[in-house]
Design a protein around this ligand. Sequence first.
Ligand code: PGA
Length: 243
Amino acid sequence: MRIIIVNNYEEMSKKAAMMIASQVMLKPDSVLGLATGDTPLGMYKELIQLYSKNEVDFKEVTTFNLDEYYGINRKNPQSYYEYMMANLFNSININRKNIHVPDGMSQDVNAICSDYEEKIKKAGGIDMQVLGIGGNGHIGFNEPDVNFEARTHLVNLDEQTIEANSRFFDSIGDVPVKALSMGIKTIMNSKKIILLANGISKAESIARAINGKISPKVPASILQLHNDVTVILDSEAASGLQI
Ligand code: PGA
């Protein structure tokens, strides 16, 4: 695990964007695994900047998002599909048919999940996967007491996650209680992983994930077993680390 500690959110975002841009420069048809939430917003802004300066070209890139709320239409402004369109895809030259976000309205969950896995495989696997981390140690929507062997599947959201994500909804009762998420196995099969975290609210989960025992109670702790993980932290998120 490579751990990079920077001063602030802006530096974290710039470093992460540079890593993605370098990946795409070296392999123009890269397959990127992408995350939503507050953490990667600055990184997406940086990538749009780099694109507008002709420093990176997304024409041949394929993307797979980590997760999507279950029961939410992709046209809903709270959907992760819409988040990706608004915060990245509408502003770069990615081919729409290369964008993949699990379909939260699908009736046949097993079919949609195995189809997602199949598409990742057909694309040649994920070259670089971006991850945020939950205050409870989740990655994607792989909540504590995770099954490390799971691939893309339907998950019940943890209470802490529902509460954390209620900031995006009118009321906590509007937050979906289920989601489709890549599983830990899907994430661990990525060739390279970048984990981003900023702010004091992530200090404890980062310390448990990096210095703690590998345990299903802390889903991100499994990343200790991956051979190409770069963790980029601001000083607050890094403040609980023993390194
Ligand atoms: P955040 O969420 O980026 O909004 O903090 C991260 C996560 O829950 O994985």
